[in-house]
Design a protein around this ligand. Structure first.
Ligand code: ADP
Length: 292
């Protein structure tokens, strides 16, 4: 089992301590998972389908219980609104406009529309939908719906933002753009984020800590810290290549910050020199790194 430490040094928001989860059908979805999420961390849970990423996220969110182990909140159990959750699907109310969709969590708190108007508009501005408060979900693209979903998670100003493969269903260009915007928001606000993904590229691009998981049983196998410099940016940049080494092809579509000499060297050391875990991808796809 890998013991995962925080990297930001500001104390932990939440810790999983030796958490196991067995479903009633006997599936051991998580085994002895320990994980500290520090304030301001952007942590990716990375692994193949079925390795327990969503189960871990749902346990942190309080949407599922543990079979063994504990979820520890050092500052006290979260109250309503302290945990923001973004699902893979935007899950918007089709009969309500954008404003009302974002208002929903505050409405459930009993906050009136007029009292929350400024905060809803602020959340919409943040995700780039300032002019769409009166639009209905049917009038929005997939990427815009996801932005509404993110605004809805942010409107309560959560202490921790949990994102369960939020961009997996989007086309690649929209996904890159949303990744970029999310990263810029995180760089500006330093929220605490736990981001589930099975994309190695996405995890390296976004996070400062990558928790690698494996399946059957779901468990943490490795943690990687990613101190590549900020600001990172890619959506507006043309595809870049990295120098090749013997037997490997050029890597395409890497963000510019990965192409700088110090970052490149540290990335390669960290991600390719771990025996048996990481290796250079030999095709010309977008990301060179894969988990064995
Ligand atoms: P991931 O998010 O990494 O794809 P999940 O956390 O969704 O993985 O699932 C981990 C394992 O737990 C899988 O084998 C899945 O089939 C199983 N699982 C998830 N939810 C349930 C459930 N409600 N009942 C039974 N098994 C489940």
């Amino acid at each position: 089992m890998a013991e995962v430490k925080t990297t930001q040094g500001n104390g932990d928001v939440v810790s999983l301590r030796h958490v196991s989860k067995r479903f009633s059908n006997g599936t051991l979805a998580l085994q002895d998972m320990s994980l500290d999420i520090g304030k301001g961390d952007f942590v990716s849970l990375l692994g193949p389908s079925g390795c327990g990423k969503s189960t871990a996220l749902r346990i942190i969110a309080g949407l599922g219980d543990t079979t063994e182990g504990q979820v520890h909140w050092p500052d006290g159990k979260p109250e309503r609104g302290d945990v923001g959750f973004v699902f893979q699907e935007p899950t918007l109310m089709p009969w309500a406009n954008v404003f009302d969709n974002v208002w929903l969590p505050r409405r459930l708190d009993g906050t009136s529309k007029s009292a929350v108007r400024e905060e809803v508009n602020e959340a919409l501005e943040m995700v780039g939908l300032g002019g769409f408060a009166t639009a209905y979900p049917r009038e929005l693209s997939g990427g815009m719906k996801m932005r509404v979903s993110i605004a809805r998670a942010l409107v309560t100003k959560p202490k921790i933002l949990l994102m369960d493969e939020p961009f997996a269903a989007l086309d690649e260009i929209t996904r890159f753009k949303l990744n970029d915007d999310l990263l810029h928001l995180w760089e500006a606000h330093h929220w605490t984020v736990v981001f589930v993904t099975h994309s190695v590229f996405e995890s390296v691009y976004l996070s400062n800590r990558i928790v690698v998981m494996a399946a059957r049983p779901g468990r943490v196998t490795q943690q990687l810290s990613n101190d590549a410099p900020h600001p990172r940016g890619m959506a507006s940049a043309p595809p870049r290549t990295m120098p090749t080494s013997a037997g490997t092809r050029r890597m395409r579509c890497m963000p510019p910050w990965m192409n700088t000499r110090p970052a490149r060297r540290s990335q390669r050391e960290r991600l390719t020199h771990r025996p048996g875990r990481w290796y250079r991808h030999r095709t010309s796809r977008c990301c060179e790194l894969r988990i064995k």
